[in-house]
Design a protein around this ligand. Structure first.
Ligand SMILES: [Zn+2]
Length: 261
């Protein structure tokens, strides 16, 4: 069954129909969902979703957008929540220089990214990285941490080209592939998917954002993942069933070591 490694069902975009939508997942071949926390205010919402739905797991971490708001107390909360049994990763964490251009902010982002990579290492959890317009700094920090020993990770919504992808693949990390692979202007990502081994790709929605074609621009949900599966299958020359099976196995290997289900 489909494994959505990156969703934001705590978003207000699902306020009206969250329960109905989540209740329809299993019958639509979506077997597992990881709800990923982004903002400080959303930590508890992710945990609540994991407690309510047996097939929903959580990732806890703070997005670089909120780096300036983070304190020692925030880091302590991330660490404490990461010990809950259904929390399977630290994320989404990383660097975003697209929305934040000020050098002082970049220093804070890097500090908070490192602090959360420390938590991932110490709590023995994989990481989920958000990186935008920060290719060099992200790669440098990930390389440094991987050299010191980590428990794997995912480059969420992989935004860079094949050369940078190779660096992450060499380290044994996974690339999160979502709606962008179906876009007409998604050529760079299509090349990455064509080249990367299927055994290092995982599916993701990033819902409510990044709906695949033909639903681009509308609210996204895990029910749209078959379009992403189809696009990957065409690029790799395999069947959609194989894409679903291999990416599910990949996600389980990385995220479910302690959660046999
Ligand atoms: Zn996200």
């Amino acid at each position: 069954m489909i494994f959505d490694t990156h969703a934001h069902y705590d978003s207000d975009a699902f306020e009206e129909d969250r329960e109905v939508l989540l209740a329809s997942m299993q019958e639509n071949n979506v077997g597992t969902i990881v709800n990923v926390c982004a903002a400080i205010a959303d930590l508890d919402k992710t945990i609540a979703l994991t407690q309510k739905h047996p097939f929903v797991y959580g990732a806890v971490g703070i997005h670089p957008d909120d780096a300036e708001l983070m304190t020692q107390e925030t880091l302590y909360r991330v660490r404490t929540l990461s010990r809950l049994p259904k929390v399977v990763a630290i994320g989404e964490i990383g660097l975003d220089y697209y929305w934040h251009k000020e050098p002082e902010n970049h220093e804070i982002q890097k500090r908070m990214f490192r602090a959360q990579m420390d938590i991932a290492r110490e709590e023995k959890l994989p990481f989920m990285i958000h990186s935008r317009d920060a290719a060099e700094d992200t790669l440098a920090i990930v390389k440094e941490y991987m050299a010191g020993g980590m428990y794997g990770g995912i480059l969420h919504c992989f935004p860079y080209g094949t050369e940078i992808a190779r660096e992450y693949l060499k380290m044994g990390l996974y690339l999160g592939i979502g709606g962008v692979v179906t876009f007409k202007n998604g050529r760079k990502l299509k090349e990455v998917v064509r080249e990367a081994p299927l055994t290092q790709l995982v599916l993701e929605t990033d819902c409510p954002y990044l709906s695949p074609e033909p639903n681009r621009g509308k609210r996204n949900s895990s029910l749209n993942l078959p379009y992403v599966v189809q696009a990957i299958a065409e690029l790799k020359g395999v069947t959609p069933e194989e894409v679903i099976a291999v990416t599910e196995e990949n996600a389980r290997t990385l995220l479910m070591r302690q959660n046999i289900s």
